[in-house]
Design a protein around this ligand. Structure first.
Ligand code: ATP
Ligand code: MG
Length: 393
């Protein structure tokens, strides 16, 4: 064990309070997993996990506000005014069902058994209230080497739970860690095991990967076959670095368009639906996928696209084609006119004898002309132009 008093001070007061109250109740308790890893790396943990010898029922008695988030696995969320933490009773996992979840869990009295069920050595460390670290699998040494290594036999650990393979790649992208040789070999060998996972869980890891500073790691997921249940193509490479310029809210639709352009999916929207993204994201991806086939980085082309597609569609297609920043600048400048901005409306065209979808098409043509500076946005200019375009058709 290594003592590091300075570290315990980095644990937020409310997490220390949770550990302290469990200790006062007679139960060992530790911060554990990713939060300890991140503290040692000097990163801000995303969430706080506490592991304790206290059974779930005792945890619920010791705190006023708790939610039994994973009662079957002994997890209780403890809510204090300043924040919450997941408190889990020491456990080891029973045999695994479906390569996804253990059939049963067994509560154990020792911290080291609990650490042994965790996925990677750097995620298998615990820290007590005094900052003492328990590290039975060499997690600290792997942190220094910036290496992700399975706890135990990688093939066994990935067969138990296929999500760990995606977590491994996602963590390597977020932390800029390499994956240890045997761990990586097992991922390559067992990648097809991911077919048992739900779209939501795959999406979460993929999304976090493309939001990381190394979105190209998603390309390794494709290469190893970790996304094969969702892709139909040959595993082509794609210009993943383009995702860096795109805001997080557009990353999944842009990723889907990249995959459509690389021939990995028939339809970008379909890919997102299978990954259980929102209907809005899927619709956006389909529209942007269609636009990407005809859009170029010429300023005039982008302004024309802005005149007849909504802004997110143009930004999404531009993001996939590698000119997100230019499209965003042009969208902000507003030097384009949409059919809705025109000085004439569908009713005017109806009065000229047009019906149905022809009206929308002609309004779009007029908006293009105004955007290109070929016509002024005034009724007196647009009505004759509309008549002329109608007679040209
Ligand atoms: P982050 O919070 O940044 O996503 P994390 O490693 O903390 O990363 P969590 O989902 O918060 O991920 O999980 C907390 C800890 O629980 C992990 O560090 C690891 O010890 C353990 N853990 C999570 N998922 C698994 C899994 N599928 N198999 C084994 N252990 C896991
Ligand atoms: Mg965490």
């Amino acid at each position: 064990m290594v003592t590091n008093v300075g570290l315990s001070e980095k644990i937020p007061a409310y997490v220390r309070e949770i550990i302290g109250r469990l200790n006062a109740g007679g139960f060992p308790a530790y911060a554990v997993g990713g939060c300890v890893r991140d503290l040692l790396l000097g990163r801000v943990p995303r969430d706080w996990d506490v592991t304790t010898a206290a059974p779930g029922q005792r945890v619920r008695e010791l705190f006023e506000k708790t939610v039994p988030t994973g009662a079957r696995f002994g997890t209780v969320t403890v809510i204090l005014p300043e924040g919450s933490a997941e408190v889990t009773t020491f456990r080891q996992d029973g045999p695994y069902r479906d390569h996804r979840r253990p059939q049963s869990v067994e509560y154990v009295s020792s911290l080291s058994h609990d650490l042994a069920r965790r996925d990677f050595t750097v995620n298998a460390m615990a820290m007590d209230a005094a900052g003492q670290i328990t590290d039975p699998f060499g997690g600290r040494a792997d942190l220094e080497r910036r290496l992700l290594r399975c706890v135990g036999d990688p093939a066994r650990r990935f067969s138990e739970d296929a999500l760990r393979m995606l977590r491994g790649l996602r963590l390597s992208a977020e932390l800029d860690f390499a994956i240890e040789k045997n761990t990586l070999a097992a991922i390559r060998e067992l990648a097809s095991g991911v077919h048992v996972l739900s779209g939501e869980r795959v999406r979460e890891e993929l999304f976090r990967t493309v939001c990381s500073p190394r979105p190209q790691t998603a390309g390794r997921m494709v290469e190893y076959g970790l996304l094969s249940p969702y892709l139909t193509g040959p595993g082509a490479s794609a210009p993943w670095e383009r995702l860096t310029a795109v805001p997080d809210g557009l990353k999944m639709p842009v990723l889907a368009v990249l995959m459509a352009l690389a021939g990995e999916t028939r339809d970008a929207g379909e890919l997102l639906r299978s990954l259980r993204c929102t209907a809005r994201e899927a619709k956006l991806a389909s529209a942007a996928g269609a636009l990407a086939g005809e859009l170029s980085c010429r300023e005039e082309d982008i302004r024309l696209a802005l005149s007849c597609h909504d802004i997110p569609t143009v930004l999404c297609a531009s993001g996939a084609l590698g000119f997100y920043a230019a499209a965003q600048r042009l969208a902000r400048q507003g030097r384009f006119v949409t059919p809705r901005d025109l000085a004439i409306s569908g009713d005017d065209l109806r009065a000229l004898g047009l019906v149905g979808p022809e009206i929308g098409r002609l309004l779009a043509s007029l908006a293009r002309c105004v955007t290109l500076g070929e016509a002024e946005n005034r009724r007196e200019a647009l009505l004759p132009l509309a008549r002329q375009l109608m007679s040209d058709r």
